[in-house]
Design a protein around this ligand. Structure first.
Ligand code: BF8
Length: 657
């Protein structure tokens, strides 16, 4: 391990990952790829050590052409910007970028709905209930003459929230946010307009010589975080439901072992937009594809999922997932995949090199996400069947040409019950009132949502898994999305039979409810489902979100989208745990020069102080930064216990029953 003193954190070497990852499939794949001379992120991460301290701390300003300027507590940039201004301006730009990214695929889905309504694309909208639900909340139900017109009005409203330049408050936020939060945000003057407008405003504010009051920049960051959630995340998640219907609890085997040879052409779908993946899922059984596969000597075509596109198909159809962002090279490195079809985001350029080593065909489908060396087949919703078949025929051709003797598939798979949402979780536990009772009497100590990415800065999948195990042992129920969910799947924690290592009282209520103690609720944008669950329980309790034992955990942040998500939960008054500095200089205690044995000074800074203390005062929650997973779980439990105490809820003995 390499110790980064100023972060108080270790980062692993490739050898550490190989020895210590909790995922049993990975050492075998690492050894195989090393043997084949194929490079992965592990080699590149090793080669880049030590990582730049100023980049890690967010103290390098590259927002104009006068610098770059490295700022410290005593040294300003050329323009006069000090440390808090540089750190928070960099941070705001990252959150804005995350907002743009989730907004991009929200737009992609919303435009697909319009294409169906216009008759430009075949298919029907399966999520009528979500349309009614949204229409009622937007106050447009009585204006529409037909269901289609209603759906169009709902989608047009969501598109306005995404991209209008009108200076009007974001409609979904007014319609869906808890009343207490609306009041808080109004007082803070952070109610956003549309997501794309706030992103543009963020870029303008952080250009040279623009907003130089770090407190005001931070205020805009909270505004962008709300636009991120109510404009982009809600837009994407609900659009998916309108297009393809809700997910339902479903049992499925996941992991690399599901690639074991079935004689089928194996195609992984990867990225974030379900539109292309859904079309492929329909096309695999078409006569043309079945026959083409047969002629190539294959027994049909099988689909697998990676990252958030994987979650979209897992929750609705039980199509197995393989891995999250950090395992995409490893999945291809099994040599089992004939093609990887990618749509938008979290698709790393390194996969092309690995794919070349195994004859796997990488197929890009969006002009926003090209990869040099990949085959590009643009996906057009209007020609979705035709394009899907072209893609699958290219995969079949790869199957025909590839050397299949080079596959090494680890015998590792796990059972998962996936496809939950707020409603199905409440229903399983007997409804809102009963679930609140379980929380009050301590059979459920609290609810944490474990979400977001994996990072090379920790041992592969380890921190998410260790935190989850520690929380289950302490009686905390978990919902999960994104790449964190893939890690928890691989550790067997979303198996409905999962019992050992779970606090007895929690295990008993999960068994009675017929659910695993880790509840998969979908892709990153489906954090809406946890938010609706939290909101429903808070309403039932008649309490603000800030008072309840809920927690947001992004233990392994990697992507700017993860920062946006953390900030939006924080703005809702839900405490956040991040496993790594995000990037903000981490305060440490240093011995005072010439001082006694207990004489320390803190080298803190305004931004770290804001997220640790100031945020608590204005939004009712703080960010905890702790890269050591068992310590992190302890912080979460302590926070939940403190809240239970102040609510007068029953105190639960610590540890296992
Ligand atoms: O939106 S968890 S690495 S896959 S960003 Fe990307 Fe992070 Fe994975 Fe999904 Ni979310």
């Amino acid at each position: 391990m390499r110790y980064y003193k100023h972060l108080r954190a270790d980062m692993p070497t490739k050898d550490d990952v190989r020895r210590l990852t909790p995922n049993p499939a990975i050492p075998e794949v690492i050894d195989y790829l090393a043997d084949q001379g194929v490079e992965t992120y592990l080699d590149r991460f090793d080669a880049l050590q030590p990582l730049c301290r100023f980049g890690l701390d967010g103290t390098c300003c590259r927002r104009c052409l006068w610098g770059p300027c490295i700022v410290t507590k005593t040294k300003r940039g050329v323009c006069g910007a000090d440390l808090p201004l540089v750190v928070i301006s960099n941070h705001l730009r990252m959150v804005a970028s995350g907002c743009a990214a989730h907004g991009q695929h929200a737009r992609n889905r919303l435009e697909t709905i319009l294409a169906i309504l216009d008759g430009r694309m075949e298919g029907e909208l399966r999520g009528r209930e979500r349309v009614w639900w949204l229409a009622e909340r937007y106050g447009i139900s009585r204006e529409a003459k037909s269901w289609e017109e209603l759906a169009r009005k709902v989608v047009e409203t969501m598109l306005l929230d995404l991209g209008s330049i009108e200076r009007k408050p974001l409609r979904a936020l007014l319609a869906l946010a808890p009343a207490e939060r609306l009041e808080t945000w109004r007082k803070l003057d952070i109610i956003p307009t549309s997501a794309f407008s706030e992103v543009c405003e963020a870029l303008a504010r952080t250009s040279l010589g623009a907003d130089s009051d770090w407190r005001n920049v931070l205020k805009h960051e909270l505004r962008v975080a709300l636009a991120f959630f109510y404009g982009c995340v809600i837009g994407a998640s609900f659009a998916s439901e309108i297009l393809y219907g809700s997910s339902h609890p479903i049992d499925v085997e996941v992991g690399f072992g599901t690639l074991a040879d079935t004689g089928a052409v194996k195609v992984a779908v990867h990225g974030h937009s379900p539109v292309m993946a859904e079309a492929l899922a329909e096309a695999v059984d078409s006569e043309r594809i079945v026959e083409a596969a047969r002629q190539a000597g294959a027994d049909g075509v099988s689909l697998y999922g990676i990252c958030c596109t994987g979650h979209e198909l897992l929750g609705r159809y039980g199509i197995p997932t393989l891995t999250g962002i950090l395992g995409q090279e490893f999945a291809i490195g099994t040599g089992a995949l004939d093609a990887v079809v990618v749509d938008l985001q979290c698709i790393i350029p390194g996969i092309v090199n690995v794919a070349n080593g195994f004859g796997t065909r990488i197929i890009t489908t969006s002009d926003s996400n090209r990869l040099p060396g990949a085959l590009h087949i643009p996906f057009k919703p209007e020609r979705s069947r035709e394009v899907s078949e072209t893609i699958l025929l290219a995969a079949i051709e790869a199957f025909r040409e590839r050397d299949h003797s080079r596959q090494r598939i680890p015998d590792s798979h796990q059972k998962v019950r996936a496809g939950f949402d707020g409603d199905s979780i409440l229903a399983a536990f007997g409804g809102r009132q009963r679930m609140l009772e379980l929380l009050r009497d301590g059979r459920i100590v609290g609810i944490a949502t474990m979400v977001s990415c994996n990072t090379p800065k920790v041992i592969y999948e380890a921190n998410n898994v260790i935190i989850a195990r520690e929380l289950l042992r302490r009686g905390v129920l978990i919902t999960t999305t994104g790449c964190a969910a893939h890690a928890l799947f691989n550790a067997g924690l979303a198996d409905p039979e999962m019992g050992s290592g779970v606090k007895d009282s929690l295990r008993a209520v999960c068994k009675e409810a017929g659910v695993p103690p880790v509840l998969p609720v979908g892709a990153c944008v489906d954090n809406t489902k946890t938010m609706l669950l939290f909101k429903g329980l808070a309403e039932e309790a008649g309490l603000p979100l800030t008072k309840l034992p809920f927690f947001y955990i992004g233990a392994e942040p990697g992507n700017e989208k993860a920062l946006g998500m953390a900030m939006s939960f924080l703005a809702h008054g839900i405490p956040v745990l991040t496993g790594y500095p995000i990037p903000i200089p981490v305060p440490t205690l240093e011995p005072r020069e010439g001082g006694g044995i207990d004489d320390y000074v803190s080298n803190s800074n305004e931004i770290a102080d804001f997220f640790a203390e100031g945020a608590l005062e204005i939004v009712g929650a703080r960010i905890y930064v702790e890269s050591r997973p068992t310590w992190a779980a302890g912080l979460v439990e302590a926070n939940m216990r403190e809240k239970r105490r102040s609510l007068g809820w029953s105190q639960v003995p610590q540890g296992s029953d």
